[in-house]
Design a protein around this ligand. Structure first.
Ligand code: SF4
Length: 55
């Protein structure tokens, strides 16, 4: 199981800087590499728009 970023993402980049395994990549909206994600939840807790949820 991995976290995923929904379309409420405003591409602020906050999550990418906090992910301990570098699983989040930049794009029109950000995305999470499910193979790298260790399910720590850090990104979800720092997202200002609540865009990151458990998949
Ligand atoms: Fe990275 Fe943790 Fe978010 Fe997975 S849950 S993308 S490991 S910050």
């Amino acid at each position: 199981m991995a976290y995923k970023i929904t379309d409420t993402c405003v591409a602020c980049g906050t999550c990418a800087g906090e992910c301990p395994v570098g699983a989040i990549s930049e794009g029109e909206i950000y995305s999470i590499d499910a193979d790298k994600c260790i399910d720590c939840g850090t990104c979800s807790s720092v997202c200002p728009t609540g865009a990151i949820e458990e998949a």
